[in-house]
Ligand binder design. Structure first.
Ligand code: NAP
Length: 245
């Protein structure tokens, strides 16, 4: 049995190891954004397919029987490619949608519909802003010459950064105590994050709540759905779904 996992997430690595235990022939696909990515078990390919048409070619050539889209909730283009290519080829698609974080009573979240909106809110209302949004969209904050941005990402950014910034290169995971310390040390008065969901990076939200710091929460893009897509929420559900599609 032959599966393609579109990866780059912890769940994708979990699915690879679950399906390998079940003797599936699994290929995990990574975009190649991170210099030293955490690798799943089994075969790995790195780099884009060349849009939906390239993915169609790959699926047919490799005789893939099921595609599992376990990419990050903000990786919109590859999910659209997966939906289009599986529709065109008739290969079943399982999409893992990690549940979004929900605000609790003591959280002070400010929703933002896009990174540009998040940047406008941050520049207007806050002064020491902690950015945990990865490195691809940092340029949205570069227009603000006044406020200080503490930027944490895995690899060095390659885009224009705000004039006043501190860069922290680190992969995590981070504990609640680490996060609180970092926020206190840098006198952070606002955290900006995407609503990625999951346990791996949620300590920053707990820290912000405990310190009474507002969070600008960038909402998720709408991901492709439709009758041919089977949606699951965990790696274990994905493992079960491959026998049902
Ligand atoms: P994206 O905007 O949806 O994708 C841009 C292009 O990169 C796609 O059109 C595709 O190129 C290629 N691509 C993306 N994911 C791929 C994969 N798993 N395998 C092969 N090609 C892939 O994606 P992104 O937001 O840049 O994210 C890239 C990767 O990082 C994803 O695997 C995602 O799971 C992971 N990641 C993203 C975030 C985030 O915040 N966006 C956070 C953590 C991890 P072609 O059109 O040429 O096929």
């Amino acid at each position: 049995m032959r599966a393609l996992i579109l990866g780059g997430t912890r769940e994708a690595r979990e699915i690879a190891s679950l399906l390998q235990q079940d003797n599936w022939h699994v290929t995990s696909s990574l975009a190649g954004r991170v210099k030293q990515p955490a690798l799943p078990v089994g075969e790995v390919r790195i780099g884009g397919f060349g849009g939906p048409a390239g993915l169609v070619t790959w699926l047919l050539k490799e005789k893939v029987e099921v595609v599992i889209d376990a990419t990050h909730p903000f990786a919109e283009r590859i999910s659209i490619s997966a939906a289009e290519a599986t529709r065109a080829t008739g290969v079943p698609l399982i999409a893992l949608h990690r549940p979004a974080w929900q605000a609790g009573e003591r959280d002070q979240w400010i929703p933002a519909g896009s990174m540009e909106e998040a940047a406008r809110i941050a520049a207007r209302r806050f002064h020491h802003i902690f950015l945990t949004i990865g490195r691809q969209q940092l340029a949205a904050f570069a227009k603000d010459p006044h406020n200080l941005y503490v930027i944490r990402c895995v690899d060095p950014p390659e885009v224009t950064l705000p004039r006043r910034h501190r860069l922290i290169l680190s992969r995590g995971p981070f504990t609640l105590e680490n996060e609180k310390q970092l926020m206190r040390d840098n006198q952070i008065d606002c955290l900006v994050t995407k609503n990625s969901g999951g346990e791996l990076t949620r300590a920053k939200l707990d820290a912000a709540r405990e310190l009474g710091i507002p969070v600008i929460m960038v909402e998720r893009p709408e991901l492709p759905g439709g009758p041919q897509v089977r949606t699951v929420h965990t790696a274990q559900e994905a493992r079960e779904a491959v026998y049902e599609v």
